[in-house]
Design a protein around this ligand. Structure first.
Ligand code: PLP
Length: 385
């Protein structure tokens, strides 16, 4: 029986593990199962330690960091929690600046900190999702301890002017964090150019394994550990290393670095092609997010007259997997906070779909998906939803 074709256009939610990444990981589940912390007396431990240090170098290379600035975590979520709570715990009190369109793994920790007396300012964004840079400057107080602005938005792909944020923050001696979970592995991210103090990354967004990520830290004295216990990661992040996961993260970083430039061009072409095809075949389709300074793999559109949840379920039945915004928010009924922040009405936010591409997306997949998408929109519109 011929299996049904599936076109996966939800790579911002997660990506399949690259075959070469998987092959590098597999030995570390069984024959190379050592615990790196036992390296002083165990050759198995030494082998595992060598593997994570090799992964640390590859990981650091991709963002032009020094290997000892990489602290492995279980995820992008943990990296975000680690920096926000870690800086807050270190300082004890103070004011934090974030944007209104951060991922929930930034917004929820700062909400919690408010209950402990921390003060938070939420920066507005314009209709394309760019932060109001003047508002960042005007919001700074004597006791501002951290500015956390995401590098690229997961829903609408907007890439923020981090250099400007850093310039302003430096004038006031305030550290800057950026959540780069959606950008690392997809566009050029250079921590020396960005000059941020902290940067969060997650492997599963660029063909690495799930539950493997890291926080880049320029100056480790600025932060308290979130997870305490053993001496792993210089005591900044205790717990036995996820060796296969870290090996996979390292290999995914190495591969992404090699493929980056060609993938940027290829995915941008695919995205433009899909957007132009949607607009020329359907009325009332609008792009969310900017044309320039946008992740090449992200297309987010409002398709008037459809309800995104119904639409996604219908597409899914026909083998096309799109996304409704933040994967983590997919059980929430509220319209996306990102689309609301760029000024969309509830109705338009609930009629918006994110298509996100990856290294396995080909033009023929887009053509196949377009036929189904266009047909489904017409059917739903004729039924009144
Ligand atoms: N930050 C952004 C911008 C994301 O898109 C995501 C995941 O969707 C995360 C953080 C969380 O990363 P992880 O899935 O590794 O916890």
């Amino acid at each position: 029986m011929k299996s049904k074709k599936v076109v996966y256009l939800d790579n911002a939610a997660t990506t399949p593990v690259d075959q070469n990444v998987l092959e590098k990981m597999i030995p570390f589940f069984r024959e190379k199962f050592g615990n790196p912390i036992t390296h002083l007396y165990s050759f198995l431990g030494q082998e595992a330690l060598n593997a994570i240090e090799d992964a640390r170098s590859k990981t650091a290379n991709l963002i032009n960091a020094h290997p000892n600035q990489i602290v492995f975590t279980s995820s992008g979520t943990e990296a975000n929690n680690m920096v926000i709570k870690g800086v807050a715990f270190k300082k004890g009190k103070g004011h934090i600046i974030v944007s209104k369109i951060e991922h929930h793994s930034v917004l929820h920790p700062v909400e919690s900190l408010k209950e402990f007396g921390f003060d938070v300012t939420y920066i507005d964004v314009d209709s394309k999702g760019f932060i109001d840079i003047n508002q960042v400057e005007d919001s700074i107080k004597n006791d501002t301890i951290l500015i956390s602005i995401m590098h690229a938005n997961n829903e609408i792909g907007t890439i923020q002017p981090m250099e400007e944020v850093v310039r302003i923050a430096k004038e006031h001696g305030i550290p800057v964090h950026t959540d780069a979970v959606q950008s690392v592995g997809h566009i050029n991210v250079d921590v020396k150019e960005l000059d941020v103090d902290f940067l969060s990354v997650s492997a599963h967004k660029f063909n690495g394994p799930k539950s493997a990520g890291y926080l880049y830290i320029k100056d480790k004295s600025l932060i308290m550990p979130l997870i305490e216990g053993g001496a792993q990661e210089e005591g900044l992040r205790a717990a036995t290393h996820n060796v296969p996961g870290i090996v996979g993260l390292g290999e995914a970083s190495y591969i992404a670095q090699k493929e980056l430039n060609s993938e940027i061009e290829r995915l941008k072409t695919l995205k433009d092609y899909m957007y132009n095809s949607l607009v020329s075949n359907l009325s009332d389709v609008f792009l969310n997010g900017p044309l320039e300074d946008r992740l090449p793999q992200n297309l987010n559109v409002t398709i008037k007259g459809i309800l995104n949840q119904t639409f996604l379920v219908e597409l899914n039945k026909r083998g096309v997997i799109g996304g409704g915004g933040s994967a983590c928010a997919s059980t929430e009924k509220e319209p996306s906070h990102v689309l609301k922040a760029i000024g969309l009405s509830n109705e338009d936010a609930n009629s918006s779909i994110r298509f996100s591409f990856g290294k396995y997306t080909e033009k023929e997949d887009i053509d196949y998906a377009l036929d189904i998408i266009i047909d489904t929109v017409k059917k739903l519109r004729s039924m009144g939803n």
